[in-house]
Design a protein around this ligand. Structure first.
Ligand code: PLP
Length: 432
């Protein structure tokens, strides 16, 4: 291979990567294969997306068959049955109020689509001055201009201008909640900050609130008990659309199909992607309630109800990949398995902290865990742990700032969970 500098890598220190490349060339079940022939345990489900593990033959076959039968069909002014079938399957899987699905190609597009639905919904109801979107500090909603503006991770917003009119709730990472197992006890009242923001700008300027039920990319921030319920209540009281960004929490990560189901809190719009096709083919889906959708249906029937779409919305090959993935989730009872092993996962994550000086917090829910590591001067400790895990322990994890993020495929066995956390623990011990 050449100098490796033509590919401008996303969210990667490219020069650091090129100094010691980490190359993946194969994948099966719980493992990647590297260019030097090592089997590496996948501790991150790729990028939170291969919930069923890798190389699932049923998906491969479905995709190959579809490519042969009909490689592409437009969804503008034309239809094909698979997109309608997939939309119905998602409606069946989702909490009751969700009845309509708009297809995208990624989490970022799902977020931008959701924001546009919320803005157009307000506009169609004669509330066109409701233009502001409220996000949360440390929130991640992808990299489109809408998702970026409303996201709350500093580096992602720094050099790209102001974007949409937004404001941000505080994140709920409280020192009192360190080492909480599952939902932390303290902080539900922080949801009332939304009342302050409403007081500041006026409810009649706010279209929507968007939050990840559990923040993933900023380091696994689990909502305090009662927090999401309070946000829901305030949004309802002030006629504000509530969007749950479920790009990583949907499709079983928490042990249920959606975080909305797991937490019993129903938003008005949900964004998904990633696990929808098990990461095999790019696809996202935005689910809305009938109450939202109905507002778009008052114009004459020959009018386009929502001026929005992508060339690949409802791509037939992606639809087949998604249908095969949904079949496997159901047939293998994958969400039930995640529920079954999540206690072992939690125990292993928290045992890791015992008598380890540099572990300053452990946070978890379902099959996601964040292990916060004390920062140090000079090169990042978490990067070193990540690199050593890969080269010395044959384990792929992620790091974001000072947090190690663990989110394996949901098919992981209890023995593999123990092995995964043993590897992480040993590596933390080797990095001073
Ligand atoms: N929203 C959330 C909550 C995410 O975690 C991500 C990606 O990690 C996105 C949106 C963006 O998804 P994509 O990278 O597919 O655009």
């Amino acid at each position: 291979m050449g100098e490796l500098d033509a590919f401008w890598m996303p969210f990667t220190a490219g020069r650091q990567f090129r100094a010691r490349p980490r190359m993946l060339t194969g994948a099966k079940d719980m493992h990647y294969v590297t260019d030097d022939g090592r089997e590496v345990l996948d501790g991150t489900a790729g990028l939170w997306c291969t919930n069923l593990g890798h190389g699932r033959e049923e998906i491969t076959r479905a995709v190959a068959d579809q490519m042969a039968q009909m490689d592409y069909a437009p969804s503008y002014q034309m239809g094909h049955p698979l997109a309608f079938e997939l939309a119905e399957r998602l409606v069946e899987l989702a909490p009751a109020p969700f009845k309509h699905v708009f297809f995208t190609n990624s989490g970022s597009e799902s977020v931008d689509t959701a924001l546009k639905i919320a803005l157009a919904y307000q506009n169609l109801r004669g509330k066109g001055e409701r233009l502001r979107i409220i996000g949360r500090h440390k929130g991640y909603h992808g990299t489109g201009f809408g998702g970026m503006a409303v996201g709350g991770m500093g580096n992602n917003r720094q050099r790209f201008g102001p974007g949409l009119p937004v404001d941000h709730l505080s994140h709920t990472l409280l020192p009192d909640n360190a080492f909480s197992r599952g939902l932390p006890a303290n902080g539900a009242a922080m949801a009332d900050e939304l009342l302050d923001i409403i007081g500041l700008h006026g409810a009649d300027t706010i279209a929507a609130v968007i939050i990840e039920p559990i923040s993933g990319s900023a380091g696994i921030i689990v909502p305090p008990t009662g927090y999401l319920e309070r946000i829901r209540g305030i949004c309802t009281d002030h006629d504000i659309v509530l969007i749950f960004d479920e790009v990583i929490t949907a499709f079983g990560r928490l042990g249920a199909a959606f975080a909305a189901e797991e937490f019993g809190v129903v938003p008005d719009i949900m964004t998904t992607a990633k696990g929808l096709t098990n990461g095999t083919i790019p696809m996202g889906a935005v689910l809305t309630t009938s109450a939202i959708h109905e507002v778009f249906m008052h114009a004459p029937p020959e009018d386009i109800e929502f001026f929005h779409g992508y060339t690949y919305s409802g791509h037939p090959v992606a639809c087949r990949a998604a249908l095969a993935s949904l079949d496997l989730y159901a047939r293998d009872e994958v969400f039930t398995h995640a529920r079954k092993v999540r206690q072992v996962f939690e125990d292993c994550a928290h045992e890791l902290a015992t008598s380890r000086a540099n572990v300053t917090d452990v946070r978890n829910y379902g099959l996601m865990a964040g292990i916060e590591i004390a920062p140090r001067d000079g090169p990042s400790r978490t990067y070193e742990i990540f690199e050593k895990c890969f080269f010395e322990e044959d384990l792929m994890i992620r790091f974001t700032g000072n947090v190690l993020a663990i989110s394996p495929p949901l098919i992981i066995s209890e023995a593999q969970i123990r092995d995964l956390f043993d590897k992480v623990g040993r590596t933390i011990d080797r990095v001073n």
